[in-house]
Write a protein that binds this ligand. Structure first.
Ligand code: GMT
Length: 382
């Protein structure tokens, strides 16, 4: 198949999923065209079977708000026509499904059929889409899509309940390449850990875009309690609006020397397996891709029981779940787990096993391929 993919290419879970999907589809023999405003950050630009098309946005002085969605629609229709795309797959409903809808209409005028699939990721429904001003157009984009997928049962139900969409929503969960996200050899792990911690110190890790929904400040608070009880370090990967508050709190609590603020990192598959525990105290996660990526590396997560997270993490089995803001509970759980080698080893193994059994790319990519076939056949039949 020739597949066009549109997503937010910079840091964020939906862009990561879209990029990894494109990489896996190309590896399976499909031709993949990314159509985005900049090159998705996990692409090197030289992957076989992957093409990148930038969306130029005019900055004509009259435009106080440059019309990105129209520029995207134009580029989508051009790329689809030039490269004879079979299908478009857009990630994050706003504005991508509307741009794809416009591109499909433009091409229909020229008798080129271009069905599009929209994948819902989370905040496009839970935050942005439910803002009253965006709700009608988000619902329209979903209903006009030729296929719609959501990354968890939670998100599917939320979309059906809150938006009352007519289009059926299929759940295809997020995935991880279990060969890339994998534990390191003892020697490589020891060497990697030595960059950040002394022998005998535990490493906790948080990975996010530091938006308020991630509660990065809670991460610092949890870590402060852990570091009081056991020798430990914290790796913070990512950047965003709450980073400066997290840095300020680290200084106020006088633990800044125990925390490594690593900022945005392109490749996290070599950092995640260095940790002992992942902290994900989010206000909301429709899925929690960062937790899945760390679980695949044998690093269990201490997280909040919100959104789709309980579909991934079973409390006490492959990780721990707490209420939002239960900083003491999460800190205590980390201290107990890190002090009990047998229990920790069982949980770390269960975390990897969950990723392998249910979320490996090798299991999920065929679900996308089958879904594309269904969308194409449905369109051809009608
Ligand atoms: O919150 C983010 O990290 C960004 C956001 C996005 O769409 O870029 O993430 C959402 O999609 C991720 C990938 O499917 C999910 O793993 C996250 O749980 C989801 N975030 C929220 O629901 C808050």
């Amino acid at each position: 198949m020739k597949i066009g993919i549109t997503c937010y290419p910079t840091y964020g879970g939906s862009g990561v999923v879209a990029t990894e999907l494109g990489i896996e589809l190309a590896a399976a023999g499909h031709q993949v065209h990314f159509i985005t405003y900049s090159q998705p950050f996990r692409l090197t630009g030289r992957e076989h079977g992957i093409y990148y098309h930038e969306v130029p946005v005019s900055n004509y002085p009259l435009f106080e708000y440059p019309p990105y969605d129209l520029a995207l629609a134009t580029r989508l229709s051009e790329v689809a026509a030039y490269y004879k795309l079979d299908l478009l797959h857009v990630h994050y409903a706003i504005p991508h499904s509307i741009s794809a809808y416009l591109a499909r209409q433009m091409l229909a005028e020229r008798n080129h059929r271009l069905p599009f699939v929209t994948t819902l990721h989370g905040t496009d429904i839970t935050l942005v889409g439910m803002d009253h001003s965006y709700l009608p157009i988000t619902r329209f984009g979903i209903d006009q899509s030729d296929g719609v997928t959501a990354i968890s049962n939670y998100l599917r139900e939320k979309t059906v309940q809150e938006f009352r969409v007519k289009r059926e929503v299929e759940v295809i969960p997020n995935f991880v390449n279990c060969d890339v996200y994998t534990p390191l050899s003892d020697e490589a792990r020891r060497e990697g850990r030595a960059q950040f911690a002394q022998t005998g110190e535990k490493i906790l890790l948080h990975l996010s875009n530091f938006r308020p929904v991630k509660r990065a400040v809670d991460v610092v608070d949890i870590f402060a309690r852990v570091a009081q009880a056991i020798p430990a370090r914290l790796l913070l990967i990512g950047d965003g609006p709450d980073r400066s508050q997290a840095e300020w709190l680290a200084r106020r609590l006088k633990i800044q020397d125990r925390i490594h603020f690593l900022g945005k990192q392109a490749g996290v598959s070599d950092l995640l397996p260095l940790a002992d525990l992942m902290l994900m105290p989010s206000e909301l996660e429709s899925f929690g891709l960062a937790a899945l990526e760390s679980m695949a590396c044998c690093v269990p997560a201490i997280a909040t029981a919100v959104g789709g997270v309980p579909e991934l993490i079973e409390d006490g089995v492959n990780g721990r779940l707490f209420a939002i803001g239960d900083i003491d509970g999460m800190a205590q759980a980390a201290i107990e787990l890190l002090g009990d080698n047998a229990r920790y080893a069982a949980m770390a193994a269960a975390a990897r096993q969950t990723a392998q059994k249910r979320y490996c790319a090798s299991k999920i990519i065929p679900q996308y391929e089958a879904y594309y076939e269904r969308v194409l056949n449905r369109g051809a039949a009608s």
